[in-house]
Design a protein around this ligand. Sequence first.
Ligand SMILES: *[C@@H]1O[C@H](CO)[C@@H](O)[C@H](O)[C@H]1NC(C)=O
Ligand SMILES: *[C@@H]1O[C@H](CO)[C@@H](O)[C@H](O)[C@H]1NC(C)=O
Ligand SMILES: *[C@@H]1O[C@H](CO)[C@@H](O)[C@H](O)[C@H]1NC(C)=O
Ligand SMILES: *[C@@H]1O[C@H](CO)[C@@H](O)[C@H](O)[C@H]1NC(C)=O
Ligand SMILES: *[C@@H]1O[C@H](CO)[C@@H](O)[C@H](O)[C@H]1NC(C)=O
Ligand SMILES: *[C@@H]1O[C@H](CO)[C@@H](O)[C@H](O)[C@H]1NC(C)=O
Ligand SMILES: *[C@@H]1O[C@H](CO)[C@@H](O)[C@H](O)[C@H]1NC(C)=O
Ligand SMILES: *[C@@H]1O[C@H](CO)[C@@H](O)[C@H](O)[C@H]1NC(C)=O
Ligand SMILES: *[C@@H]1O[C@H](CO)[C@@H](O)[C@H](O)[C@H]1NC(C)=O
Ligand SMILES: *[C@@H]1O[C@H](CO)[C@@H](O)[C@H](O)[C@H]1NC(C)=O
Ligand SMILES: *[C@@H]1O[C@H](CO)[C@@H](O)[C@H](O)[C@H]1NC(C)=O
Ligand SMILES: *[C@@H]1O[C@H](CO)[C@@H](O)[C@H](O)[C@H]1NC(C)=O
Length: 453
Amino acid sequence: MAHLRKSDILLLLLLSLHIIIAQENESSIIQPASSLYAGKHPSSWPSSSGYFRFGFYPQGNGYSVGIWLVGRSENTTVWTANRDDPPVSSNATLEFTTQGRLLLRTEDGMEKIIANLTMSVSVDAASMSDTGNFMLYQNRTVVWESFNFPTDTILGGQNLSGSHNMLISSVSRSNHSSGPYLLRMQDDGNLVAYANNPAELDPSDAYWATMTNGWYFSVLNLNERGVLAMYSSPKFHQEKVLANLSATGNETMIIYRATLDPDGNFRLYSHQLERNTISHKWQILNDECDAKGQCGLNSYCSSRGKDTECYCYPGFTFIDENTKSLGCSQNFTIDGCVARKDLVIHYNITTLDNMSWAGDPYSVKPNLEKEDCKKACQEDCSCGGVLYSDTKSCRMYRLPLKYGKRHGNITTTAFIKFILGSTISPPPETSQILISEGNQSLVLTMGETKASF
Ligand SMILES: *[C@@H]1O[C@H](CO)[C@@H](O)[C@H](O)[C@H]1NC(C)=O
Ligand SMILES: *[C@@H]1O[C@H](CO)[C@@H](O)[C@H](O)[C@H]1NC(C)=O
Ligand SMILES: *[C@@H]1O[C@H](CO)[C@@H](O)[C@H](O)[C@H]1NC(C)=O
Ligand SMILES: *[C@@H]1O[C@H](CO)[C@@H](O)[C@H](O)[C@H]1NC(C)=O
Ligand SMILES: *[C@@H]1O[C@H](CO)[C@@H](O)[C@H](O)[C@H]1NC(C)=O
Ligand SMILES: *[C@@H]1O[C@H](CO)[C@@H](O)[C@H](O)[C@H]1NC(C)=O
Ligand SMILES: *[C@@H]1O[C@H](CO)[C@@H](O)[C@H](O)[C@H]1NC(C)=O
Ligand SMILES: *[C@@H]1O[C@H](CO)[C@@H](O)[C@H](O)[C@H]1NC(C)=O
Ligand SMILES: *[C@@H]1O[C@H](CO)[C@@H](O)[C@H](O)[C@H]1NC(C)=O
Ligand SMILES: *[C@@H]1O[C@H](CO)[C@@H](O)[C@H](O)[C@H]1NC(C)=O
Ligand SMILES: *[C@@H]1O[C@H](CO)[C@@H](O)[C@H](O)[C@H]1NC(C)=O
Ligand SMILES: *[C@@H]1O[C@H](CO)[C@@H](O)[C@H](O)[C@H]1NC(C)=O
């Protein structure tokens, strides 16, 4: 048996250590002319730690291309390529071509480039990093990285800024197509969450903001120690820490992830890799109903603990009972207010305390008593609902009512007017509108501002 000297042992140890490191790096470097297969092995490339993977993952009845964090019972998708494309079948392939392009080939022969690079860039390697960033290299320089094209998530070491400044929520935890919420690091320095209105972003669709106006061209950064913070442009050296989890746990074995979740809440999660647990430690909303658009038009959101529920305003019914988020409608619609002078419209009006909704009132009447505010809506054909506040202001809204919310903390009272029906009256000189509440009814005579009970 050979007798080893201390220095030999040290050398051996160093050598084996070096080999391990080299192997680790080797396994995460992907050479051109490599392929992945949706339905067979290999379907993904691992990072050197094995915790992150890039490749095909199951989506619907097929597969999507993306990056996920491997967990024992559940994987967490952190990025999806072309997220709004339909899933591909098990016969699809992903080729890292000899020219260094990531080419997705679907069964019907369609080809799609995943990383958009100019022709002059010649990629010679790719790698899935242990931070969850998939990178393409030209001569050891990163020329493309998934961190620059976030979908709904940022990971430790990733920024939201400049031309890659927003996150769009996923449809659901299992469907990673673009969902209804958006978080944007704006050039004006505000980090703002919006109901993702496809037409255009309107301030009235916003439901959360950092109110850091003037922090022009800031960066939202999540670092690898779990600090989620905004940094103003270098000229001003301002820092706003949104969350700091760095005091907790074993930093080397924790992956931090901030996701704009399908419910519109932006949450910071930590994944303890060894213990294989996920916990969420910070979020922007305490009341889930604050995410605008949980409930559709003419409905309102009310939460009890973690559960939110949509309710129709009195006199309205769900457009689709199974998809309450689509909102509610009335049985009756009457075009315009004065178009049909022969119609007698019967209204009722209900009171809902602790209500609010969004949008601009078409009329604001200051200093009214509650009953007068209610009456003002009853008497105005345009009025669909009013919000009456402590300050005696009476704000009148047309239908549809948008982003309704009911919560014990809200001090405004709403009156909702709805149509019970209409009758054709014999054509008098003036038309009448009958408003009834309980046994009382009010006949309005158009043309004269006279009302009689
Ligand atoms: C291997 O990876 C480690 C950490 O990821 C890095 O520090 C090191 O420089 C890499 N070695 C080589 C040879 O690329
Ligand atoms: C994901 O949701 C989108 C939008 O609702 C839908 O069009 C698409 O079919 C869904 N995809 C899957 C795989 O279910
Ligand atoms: C998670 O990802 C790994 C690696 O791709 C895969 O083997 C495993 O089946 C996935 N787990 C789940 C629950 O999808
Ligand atoms: C994949 O291709 C094979 C051979 O062409 C075919 O038999 C099979 O039906 C295809 N699978 C799917 C899911 O389309
Ligand atoms: C690729 O990038 C070019 C220029 O940056 C842009 O004009 C083009 O629309 C992009 N293509 C895709 C598919 O994103
Ligand atoms: C790669 O980069 C190195 C150093 O940056 C340079 O010396 C070399 O010429 C480059 N090679 C190619 C093929 O561009
Ligand atoms: C992210 O932002 C931080 C803070 O401004 C900056 O120090 C860092 O270099 C940025 N990282 C990347 C990858 O751009
Ligand atoms: C985060 O918290 C740790 C521990 O309390 C502290 O050392 C560190 O300075 C904090 N970081 C920031 C950016 O506030
Ligand atoms: C860090 O990890 C080690 C080994 O897994 C464990 O013994 C220790 O309690 C951990 N420390 C903290 C603060 O979680
Ligand atoms: C409601 O008010 C209570 C007491 O003022 C407060 O603790 C709570 O956070 C508020 N809830 C919401 C959802 O605003
Ligand atoms: C709407 O119409 C249906 C069928 O005509 C009726 O059953 C229902 O009660 C009506 N709902 C309201 C709120 O008037
Ligand atoms: C009108 O509203 C009142 C109060 O909400 C309600 O008691 C009454 O039943 C309603 N009348 C009709 C006909 O719906």
